[in-house]
Design a protein around this ligand. Structure first.
Ligand SMILES: Cc1cc2nc3c(=O)[nH]c(=O)nc-3n(C[C@H](O)[C@H](O)[C@H](O)COP(=O)(O)OP(=O)(O)OC[C@H]3O[C@@H](n4cnc5c(N)ncnc54)[C@H](O)[C@@H]3O)c2cc1C
Length: 366
């Protein structure tokens, strides 16, 4: 009998496994791919403060680049610069980052089984029966970290994240982007109304370029963006996936069920950027610690309250996104101008937090 079965060996599942194992729980992670971190489909832009909050070094083997701000191109073609004047974010290889998370989880005592897809989870007499490949495992708790799609969660709960919150995205690795590698680049385009396009430099030549849209012509829009902004860049590889821009599930409400979704499966993502590694990791860590505490007969209330505070921040960020999404291009441009003005930049470099975006605007802290 396993104490905690974790479905999915992405960052949320692995961080949950690490924390639960550190707190003394017996944890098994099931990952369908043969290798942790593969296939890599993420830009890997992670705040340095967030990495530290999660217990990862900003200088790990996964580090590809450090950036100090963002350059934002308005739909009218005007550049605005948001320069924190200090390193604020790391660009990481998600493949190597996830392998490091797996190493930490195993070091803490978790077992990771790769190449095994969980096909079904059933509750039976107060425990869970997990069908993975052709074997059936029993567990007391399930942490569902299966990522986007979350078919098992939908089958178990009959509900999940907001379907319209997911946006298809194509990410390319490009060569010869020709931009300053100390910034990330955001492009607001009228023909990409659902999201923005980005270029995240790996170095002075290589970069991760993403274009997201609900349009059925996403490939056509990507081609148009490349012609307009990167006519000299060469595409080395491409991947397609989805990012979440909706509201999160409050997983703490599901704690009594002992089947708790975390990470993308629960929409624990910043709706403004689609970034889910840090916030998903923070919630997963606290929920896993709360489960471990509950298994040992200790109180889990404080840890659940901490997880709920991060979920509440994600709700506020989702509200911000809805506000921004309803703005006309001139109003959005004005907002960008204010944020990138001398005063705005000064405020953001002192109080800004890439992860706790709503709190940094409202002036409160996590
Ligand atoms: C193009 C793109 C760019 C992004 N850029 C950023 C960024 O710059 N910064 C950021 O913070 N976030 C970014 N994100 C979002 C980020 O990738 C996700 O929020 C993050 O990966 C979520 O982690 P997770 O562990 O919840 O899910 P995942 O990373 O998706 O991991 C889920 C794991 O579960 C496994 N799995 C699924 N079903 C089963 C099953 N039935 N049995 C066994 N295993 C299963 C999968 O194989 C997978 O390994 C980006 C996403 C995309 C698509």
């Amino acid at each position: 009998m396993i104490e905690i079965a974790v479905i999915g060996g992405g960052p949320a599942g692995l961080i949950a496994a690490r924390e639960a194992a550190r707190a003394g729980a017996e944890v098994v992670v099931f990952e369908e791919h043969r290798e942790i971190g593969e296939p890599e489909r993420c830009a890997g832009l992670l705040s340095i403060s967030g990495l530290e909050r999660l217990g990862f070094s900003a200088n790990g083997r996964y580090l590809q680049n450090i950036v100090k701000g963002a350059m934002i191109k308005s739909s009218g073609g005007r550049w605005r610069v948001l320069d924190a004047g200090k390193p604020v974010a790391a660009v990481v290889s998600r493949s190597i980052f996830d392998k490091e998370a797996a190493r930490q989880a195993e070091h803490a005592g978790a077992e990771i089984i790769c190449g095994v897809r969980v096909k079904a989870v059933k509750r039976c007499w107060g425990e869970f029966l997990i069908t993975a490949s052709d074997e059936i495992y029993q567990s007391s708790w399930v942490i569902d970290a299966e990522g986007a799609g979350a078919a098992l969660l939908r089958r178990f709960l009959g509900a999940g994240t907001e379907p319209k919150g997911w946006i298809p995205i194509i990410q390319l690795i490009v060569e010869n982007h020709g931009l300053d590698k100390r910034f990330v680049y955001i492009y607001l385009k009228n023909y990409l109304p659902d999201f923005f396009a980005y270029l995240i430099p790996i170095d002075g030549s290589l970069g991760k370029l993403g274009v997201a849209s609900r349009s059925p012509n996403l490939r056509e829009l990507l081609r148009r963006f490349l012609v307009e902004e990167f006519p000299d860049a060469r595409c080395l590889s491409a991947s397609s996936h989805v990012i979440y821009t909706g509201s999160p599930l409050d997983s703490t409400m599901l704690f009594p069920l002992r089947f708790v979704p975390v990470g993308d499966a629960a929409g624990h993502v910043k709706a403004t950027t689609g970034g889910g590694v840090i916030m998903g990791g923070l919630i997963a860590a606290r929920i896993a610690s709360a489960i471990a505490a509950s298994l040992r007969g200790s109180s889990s209330e404080k840890l659940l309250a901490e997880a709920r505070r991060v979920v509440e921040e994600l709700w506020r960020i989702a509200f911000l996104r809805r506000l921004i999404g309803g703005m006309s291009s001139p109003l959005l441009d004005l907002l960008t101008a204010i944020a990138t003005s001398r005063m705005g930049s000064l405020y953001l470099s002192k109080r800004g937090d890439m992860d706790f975006q709503a709190s940094s605007i409202l002036g409160s802290r996590f």
